[in-house]
Design a protein around this ligand. Structure first.
Ligand code: ADP
Ligand code: MG
Length: 573
């Protein structure tokens, strides 16, 4: 039986039967053997606590990965993602309880369908691979099971890491596909933007998912593959895969219309995720959106910390200042207006909106309602009267799902109709309908006012709780414990996994020491942090090396910051 780290092996066997605290002796220790280096980063306090953190470095000669797998940073992220998925699968197969509580557990976070930089696996430009995972150090009650621990750390774990990582063990063909697909998608997104487009959906793409809680693709027997309308079809030549064709959505105002259940929301959801790359076989590998695209939705009850919503909501019956709008409980329309402005503050160039999750009164107000409730009693300038300005003056495109409201036909640059999951270009028809059937609606003509800048009040971003200076913990994909607050992120739909939430939390916790926050807006803070992390790497957020982190965009960081109920801002002028 192949055993590694003889010294560790011996040490663990000697600990057999000792109190659990005996394991603490391992903390910080490093063991080397035949191209592997095992480092014990943190030892859990008891067998029920979250598993201990262990890092294993596989040296380049041992890993022997082909040079193409780590030739550039995009390929390194893809390669690491591939190894991560191998590890997650092998760890699940291992799952063997070795005593009390979490004894024997090998804990590898389960990745979403998106390919992201993560702290679990790092592939370096030297070809070295660093793997970080949780190991439940075995015990019976509070007694160390040293023999089992030796088996786990000196045999099972190195075996598993090697099997997930090294040439000869891994499927090189699959790795190649993984790396090339991710590189192609990254390249495609850049080309799409350079060509003046905001999104691209490849012919043959599978957009629907297995279920609302299962993000894997719908089975081939059921799913209708995507097929572009001829008028919107465009070809790209990908660096690895060669030619692909698909539907190109130019910058501007695009409507997705069609009957209920014909696949409108499914298309929009694929575009939301199109800011990320996907694993081969996902079906959305070559569905890409502008990297700054943001999903906008209503979220009544959310907190708003001084966002200037006056371009959508002029004055409220309460007399509240809507250029510095603060509320502990926004309505549907004010929450959606805030989301739009906050996205612009971070530099979004494309907004994605679905009627299913929108506040109707923010989106439109029809002729009859205009007559019944005169303009002076209606503070809202609906999105339909801003969408054109947003594009033409601010360069911000919109892709909107509207199945129920024809008023948008007047402002659309193009209209895509989903019919039995197939898109049809109905732009000409829509123009004719708009001409022949005027709505009688009078556009609201309030001039657009430049967005009022607001500055952070730094001490209101406080990650401490009791004696703990930094109490930050992701609760799955949809919530973050931040100091004494539980931050609800369920409506921030472009967060795809809990590692992103954890990374966002740590980034916010460190923002005060890193940046002159008192002179920054939430959006500026988010953009700065994003670029700092791009320079320094994710690990830089976590000096202890224990956290499970995934990369995130400035948009999602800003979304979290803007929802923090303790946050205060002040107008810059
Ligand atoms: P809409 O927003 O137009 O009402 P949805 O996008 O919610 O429709 O889709 C309705 C249902 O059809 C969903 O269950 C979805 O999974 C399924 N669906 C969507 N696109 C496809 C497709 N291309 N092939 C098969 N089923 C699909
Ligand atoms: Mg829908």
């Amino acid at each position: 039986m192949d055993r590694f780290f003889a010294q560790l092996d011996e040490l663990l066997k000697r600990l057999h039967g000792a109190g659990y605290g005996g394991y603490k002796r391992l903390q910080g220790r490093v063991f080397r053997d035949r191209g592997l280096e095992l480092r014990v980063i943190h030892v859990q306090a008891d067998p029920f606590a979250p598993p201990s953190t262990v890092a294993v470095r596989v040296e380049r000669d041992r890993a022997d990965l082909p040079a193409w797998a780590f030739a550039n940073s995009v390929r390194r992220v893809a390669c690491a993602d591939f190894i991560h998925r191998n590890l997650a699968r092998l760890a699940r197969q291992w799952a063997k309880p070795l005593g009390t509580g979490r004894s024997g557990e090998i804990d590898v976070p389960r990745p979403a369908q998106e390919v992201l930089q993560r702290s679990t696996v790092t592939v370096f430009d030297t070809g070295d691979v660093l793997v970080r995972l949780g190991v439940g150090l075995p015990a019976t009650g509070r007694r160390v099971r040293g023999r089992e621990a030796a088996e786990l750390l000196c045999h099972v774990l190195p075996r598993l890491v090697l099997e997930a990582t090294v040439r000869g063990e891994i499927d090189l063909g699959a790795l190649r596909t993984h790396v090339e697909t991710v590189e192609d998608a990254t390249w495609l997104r850049e080309q799409v933007t350079a060509a003046g487009l905001v999104a691209f959906v490849a012919d043959g793409a599978i957009l629907p998912r297995r279920s609302g809680v299962d993000d894997r693709p719908m089975g081939a027997d059921e799913a209708v593959p995507f097929s572009s309308p001829p008028s919107l079809r465009k070809e790209f030549e990908l660096p690895n895969r060669g030619k692909i064709s698909g539907m190109a959505i130019p910058a501007g105002v695009t409507l997705i219309v069609g009957g209920a259940y014909h696949g409108k929301s499914t298309l929009l959801r694929a575009l939301e995720r199109g800011v990320y790359n996907h694993v081969p076989g996902d079906g959305r590998e070559f569905v890409v959106a502008d990297a700054t695209a943001v999903k906008i939705r209503a979220e009544d009850g959310r907190y708003v910390a001084g966002t200037d919503v006056c371009n959508f909501i002029a004055e409220l019956p309460t007399g509240a200042d809507t250029t510095h709008f603060v509320t502990q409980s926004a309505s549907g329309s004010t929450s959606q207006a805030a989301a739009i402005i906050e996205a612009l503050e971070v530099g979004a160039k494309c907004l994605l909106i679905d009627e299913d999750t929108s506040a109707t009164n923010l989106m439109v107000r029809d002729a009859r309602m205009q007559r019944l409730v005169p303009g002076e009693y209606e503070p809202i300038t609906p999105y339909v009267d801003r969408v054109g300005y947003l594009f033409r003056q601010l360069g911000v495109s919109s892709i909107l799902v509207v199945g129920g409201n024809g008023d948008y036909l007047d402002v659309a640059d193009r209209v895509i109709c989903m019919r039995e999951y197939r898109p049809i270009d109905v732009t000409e028809e829509a123009r004719r309908v708009a001409r022949e059937l005027p709505t009688g609606r009078v556009p609201v003509r309030r001039p657009w006012r430049s967005i009022r800048r607001r500055l952070l009040v730094p001490e209101t971003i406080d990650p401490s709780r009791g004696r703990k200076a930094c109490a930050v913990r992701a609760r799955g994909r949809g919530a973050l414990e931040f100091g004494s607050e539980l931050l609800d992120l369920a409506a921030v739909e472009q967060i795809v996994e809990s590692g992103q939430v954890q990374a966002i939390g740590l980034a916010l916790a460190r923002a005060r020491e890193l940046l002159p926050l008192a002179r920054m807006s939430p959006g500026e803070c988010a953009v700065q942090i994003e670029s700092l992390i791009r320079e320094q790497g994710l690990d830089w957020l976590d000096r202890a090396g224990r956290a499970v982190l995934s990369e995130f965009r400035a948009h999602e960081l800003a979304a979290a910051l803007n929802r923090l109920r303790s946050l205060r801002t002040r107008p810059a002028d």
